[in-house]
Structures are given as structure tokens and as C-alpha cells.
Design a protein around this ligand. Sequence first.
Ligand code: GLP
Length: 235
Amino acid sequence: MSPTIEIIPAGQWGEAVGGRLARFLAERPGTRLCLPTGSTPGPAYAAFAAGGGRLDRTEVFLLDEFVLPAGHPARCDEMIRRDFLDLLDHGPAALHQLDPGAESLTDECARYEALIAGSGLDLTLLGIGGNGHIGLNEPGSAPDGITRIVGLASSTVEAAARYGEGAPPQMGLTLGLAAVLASREIWLLVTGEHKAGILYEALHGPVGSDVPASFLQEHPNTIVLTDEAAAGLLG
Ligand code: GLP
């Protein structure tokens, strides 16, 4: 089944997505929720918090992490704290993340894969990279890929430089496409004219590793929550 597409006027995007998330979580206590960082979800997270949304009956898993020292402002755990968790009166029942400071990154990825494989994910929110990556599953990633250490594409390094001062990351840890695509529901969040081309390719181009987000075409329960600018080429 192809993804459902919901086009939201730009000024209402954050509120619409934040409100939808609050309703979803209120109706389903115990949700295992996977969250992305980056600039796209910020307005939705802010609206969720402003509307009194709560995560105290939700188990949160971070989608990915950059290999950067603890406390670096571009780290995903720092971004999610700044952009979301610090704004809430009722934070997550549990927060799980990949630790790039672990002694063995291979073991750390295996731990996270097993933790998620247990009961799977109920809802995964995703952004999309300019090259079609989801999480840090860069072009070339296989749909059955596991949680692992990845080298970042140069465009991802450039994009990450916007998230914090200092040398940008060259490596990351990411949930693999297998676990992402096994999520019972997925919301792909896309905003801005600069994402229109890659969103079109992801939804209408060939399904394959060249554009990892294209695998969402084969996912049974994906909703694309886009603003008008990013939806500009969808026709
Ligand atoms: C980053 C993150 C992704 C994110 C994507 C888009 O590298 N690892 O999880 O969704 O790229 O980021 P942005 O929303 O800032 O465009």
C-alpha cells in the first residue's frame, strides 16, 4: 500500500503534527515511539509541548546518534532534550538511545537492535535527508540492514554542521532500515521547498537503496505529513 499523503498549510504544520502525536499517544498508553532530530520536527515538538502533551506513558527510542562527545550541541540526545524533552511537564516513561561513547560500538549497536526487536516499535517519526536518507541510513543502505556504525555522506556532514558549533561528525550510529520498516506505523515529516525534489523521488521514484526513503513505498502504514512547499512537485 502506498503512503497516505497529508498536505498541511505551512503556518499550521507544527500544530497539526504535534496535535496528531498528542492524540495518538493519549489513545495508546505504552506506545513504543521512535523519534528523529534535525530541524524538521522542531515545530511539531514545540506545539506538542505547548498543547500540554505528555510522554509519561510512552517509551521513547532515539532513531540515531552522531559520533560526537557527550554534551556536544549537535548530538541527537542534546537536540531532542533542547527541542522537545525540556519543554515538557511530563517527560518520557523511558528514554533509550545509542551511546557513541560505548567501549565497543558494535556491541552497543547489537544491544539497541535487541532492545527494539523485543516488542518492536509502534510509531516511528522520520525526517528525510536531502539525499534520501532516513535515520542515518545513507544511500546504499539495504532494506534489511541492522543497527550499525555508518560513515556519513558529505551532504549529511554539511547538514550536521548547522546543528552545533565545532567540527561536524563524520560517523553516526543508526537504527537499521529493517527495524524502521518493521515499525507498525511511520510518519514521514517533510517541510520546505528544498525537500520537494527528494520527497518526489522517495514517493514516485524506483524503490531501492539509492534513495533509502523510497522503501517507505512498500510499508503498509506510512503517512507523509508535509507542508505545501515540500509537496510542490507531488502534483
Ligand atoms: C539528519 C538526521 C535525520 C534527519 C535528517 C533531516 O542527518 N540524522 O534523522 O531526519 O538528517 O534533517 P533536517 O530535518 O534537519 O533536514
